[in-house]
Design a protein around this ligand. Structure first.
Ligand code: SF4
Length: 365
């Protein structure tokens, strides 16, 4: 699926002072309160996050969108795949809006349906494993199109909190698991389940047989797409070792989109929600070093002044998430006030049906 280009919102919005933006957004929120729900991902900057009615990681927000039926407009301060999931799970009378259409997820874009389908066929032919014995698993950070392929083939989506559970289910279902788009989440889940390293292969896009030998593929149990999150890839084992030397009492907690060498060295690995829960539940005076997006780390640090909180690496800003600014939100709200819906994200029905199967299967697991 391709997305429309972000319209120019004009200099009036772009040059508006923060105080005016805050007042006008608050005013519009009041005016539209009966119809409006603003959802914000934890990685958004506080200047936008402050307007959210609901906050969470991608799955929690999509699940929230599925529960709340009395709001007509769901404004999703996040990236494309999140808004798509919200649209798939929300009711027909609800409209999902993304404040900035350039807010995609580079990792989700690393696997298109066409590329996954081609690789899937190649994998089956090379290994001789029947199609129904290859179970596709896609991280929720993927397009609706990719999810619909997975839904069609009897596979499931997973999140960073249930990847191990879903992988276990998939391994029990057939002979081989094809996991995309995040190689690191797939590798970390395989490692946690104790699958031998030589049975977990990386499928390199554009290379014959994904860059693997026939022999390697025949003994594989999990084949990983070579996608990655550029934000979490900025963490290296050296960062963990440096913090462990600098602050030995600190607990290092990292997101499972980090490379396996980082996860192995850290004290804890967990999803965005798990990171928040661990820091929140810790004793006053606790020390934390957190390996995830910087806006979340900064917020946790502000919320817990009684704890010492550092970012594992200083430069972990998600560039697409931060494309969404308060000015974009105000532009959306001003349009809604005139009953105009702009930047709506609508997944075509034929794609939505199978993509929903993919998401529902995960919820059932
Ligand atoms: S943090 Fe990574 S996975 Fe999340 S939206 Fe940004 S690029 Fe995508």
């Amino acid at each position: 699926m391709s997305f429309a280009q972000q319209p120019d919102i004009g200099s009036v919005y772009q040059e508006m002072k923060e105080k005016e933006l805050v007042e006008r957004i608050a005013g519009r929120k009041k005016e539209l309160a009966d119809d409006l729900l603003i959802l914000s991902h934890h990685y958004q900057h506080d200047s936008l996050y402050q307007f959210a009615d609901l906050t969470g990681d991608s799955l929690k927000l999509a699940a929230d969108a599925a529960q709340i039926k009395d709001k007509k407009y769901l404004i999703f301060c996040g990236v494309h795949f999140m808004a798509e999931a919200a649209d798939i799970l929300s009711a027909e009378h609800q409209q999902v809006i993304l404040p900035h259409l350039d807010a995609g997820c580079p990792m989700a874009d690393m696997s298109t349906r066409a590329a996954v389908e081609t690789a899937w066929t190649e994998l089956g032919t090379a290994t001789g494993v029947a199609e129904e014995a290859i179970t596709p698993v896609t991280y929720v950070n993927s397009s609706a199109d990719v999810k619909s392929f997975v839904g069609e083939k009897g596979g499931s989506s997973c999140t960073s909190s249930n990847a191990e559970q879903v992988l276990e289910w998939a391994l029990a279902r057939g002979e081989l698991v094809f996991f995309f788009p995040d190689q690191h989440l797939g590798r970390n889940a395989s490692y946690a389940l104790g699958i031998a390293e030589e049975q977990v292969l990386l499928w390199r896009r554009g290379e014959p047989l994904g860059g693997c030998t026939l022999k390697q593929l025949k003994q594989a149990r999990v084949v990983l797409w070579d996608g990655y999150c550029e934000v979490h890839m900025r963490s290296f084992p050296e960062h963990v070792l440096a913090w462990q030397a600098q602050d030995p009492q600190a607990k290092v907690i990292v997101h499972p989109e980090c490379r396996n060498e980082v996860v192995r060295l850290a004290d804890i690995s967990g999803s965005t929600e798990a990171i928040i829960a661990a820091v929140t539940a810790s004793e006053p005076g606790s020390h934390w070093v957190i390996g995830t997006e910087i806006n979340l780390v900064n917020r946790l640090s502000k919320l817990h002044p009684d704890k010492t909180i550092h970012s594992l690496t200083p430069a972990c800003l998600c560039p697409t998430m931060s494309a969404v600014k308060p000015a974009n939100l105000l532009w959306i709200l001003d349009n809604l006030a005139e009953s105009k819906v702009v930047n709506q994200i609508q997944v075509p029905q034929d794609i939505a049906v199978q993509a929903k199967n993919c998401l529902d299967r995960m919820l059932a697991i």
